[in-house]
Unconditional design. Structure first.
Length: 381
């Protein structure tokens, strides 16, 4: 009888502990909830896991959008959304297997009304972010399958999107096709976030070479402290102004400041990039909105950037201790972002900038992701 009573009491205690643990986990999850991510999902992510840019008739989805959604889901500790977005990406952009194919850049409604891939040429920046998010998800969520998929994807990027450029070395191309012509390479500084490349370079010498060329591309793209969207490299002349965009910096270049601003102070390139891009920070500190478009060579500029442009500059404003400007631009972002489904790109930038400023995530010296929630995975240390 006493043994039965003791067993009964133990059962009650165990049940109570399990209930308490579940409640504690639920409370912790609620405290770490990211309202901006929940709102972003509501506006842009379908139940199937497709990130939709509704501002264009084709209702397009890009590999970039899928990649960013994976990263945000990881930051938010939202494995269900991560799995759903990954599944859609793999099934619709990579022929069902990211181990065998890089994801197509664009998917949407074609002129004949069918929903399909609209541009099969992969985008290297998206591929990098997907490989990175998979690696960090494997580390933080203890998922060996993600780790394997990340390695396969990173190796495929090296094979298909990295090329040896005379005088520059191993360099990431924006995609496998269409960026090399007559010993001239067309490059994009916003495609090579240093922290992402550094994380891949920890265990692969080829990525260490890409890290060196990426630094040169970023610095060359901003000869006067304002980054250009595109830049070209010619084997006989070195870096030259892009003949298509003519040195204009706008919707691509805005990410150069964002990635540089989020580098940890322990990163060897933090100070160099901060000093090099300081003119853009100083300009933004004097304006209600960052410039929308600027000639990187002449500094002739026009237009006011979206709230997302302000968000992209928040990390650099914070690092530069521009407190007055930081408060003003943060207030702009918080007051105008995530209002409807017509500002996909601006809202992406807002999640990146505000999420970092709120310390929901940070990047470490080796590129590893640090998040605001506690991982139970031993490897996360």
């Amino acid at each position: 009888m006493q043994r039965a009573r003791a067993t009964s009491v133990l059962t009650v205690i165990v049940a109570w502990l399990l209930t308490w643990t579940t409640q504690a986990e639920a409370e912790a999850a609620a405290q770490n909830a990211w309202p901006a991510w929940q709102r972003f999902k509501q506006l842009y992510v379908s139940q199937e896991g497709r990130v939709i840019d509704a501002s264009v008739p084709q209702q397009i989805t890009t590999s970039e959008g899928q990649a960013y959604a994976l990263f945000f889901a990881l930051v938010a500790n939202d494995p269900d959304s991560f799995a759903t977005v990954l599944s859609w990406t793999q099934n619709n952009l990579a022929g069902g297997d990211l181990r065998r194919a890089l994801p197509a850049w664009q998917w949407g409604r074609a002129e004949d009304g069918r929903w399909r891939v609209l541009d099969a040429n992969p985008a290297a920046d998206a591929d990098l972010w997907i490989a990175y998010s998979l690696a960090q998800a494997a580390r933080l969520w203890c998922n060996a399958e993600f780790a394997g998929l990340s390695r396969e994807l990173a190796n495929r990027i090296l094979r298909e999107e990295v090329t040896l450029v005379p005088g520059l070395g191993a360099t990431l191309l924006p995609g496998p096709k269409g960026f090399v012509e007559r010993q001239t390479w067309r490059l994009n500084a916003s495609y090579v976030p240093i922290q992402i490349v550094r994380s891949l370079a920890r265990s692969d010498e080829q990525w260490r070479a890409v890290l060196k060329s990426s630094e040169q591309v970023i610095l060359a793209s901003a000869p006067r402290g304002f980054a250009a969207d595109w830049i070209q490299y010619r084997s006989s002349d070195g870096f030259i102004t892009d003949r298509v965009t003519r040195g204009i910096g706008s919707y691509n270049a805005i990410r150069v400041y964002l990635w540089a601003g989020m580098l940890p102070t322990s990163d060897p390139l933090h100070g160099k990039l901060a000093r090099h891009l300081a003119p853009m920070v100083a300009s933004t500190a004097q304006r209600a909105a960052p410039v929308e478009s600027i000639d990187a060579n002449t500094l002739v500029n026009s237009g006011a950037g979206s709230p997302g442009f302000s968000a992209a500059l928040l990390p650099m404003l914070a690092n530069a201790k521009q407190s007055t400007a930081l408060r003003a631009h943060r207030a702009r972002v918080e007051g105008e972002s995530l209002e409807d489904d017509q500002a996909y790109y601006s809202d992406v930038l807002s999640l990146f900038g505000l999420g970092w400023l709120e310390q929901r995530y940070q990047f470490g010296a080796t590129g590893n992701l640090s998040v605001s929630w506690k991982s139970r995975c031993v490897a996360a240390r």
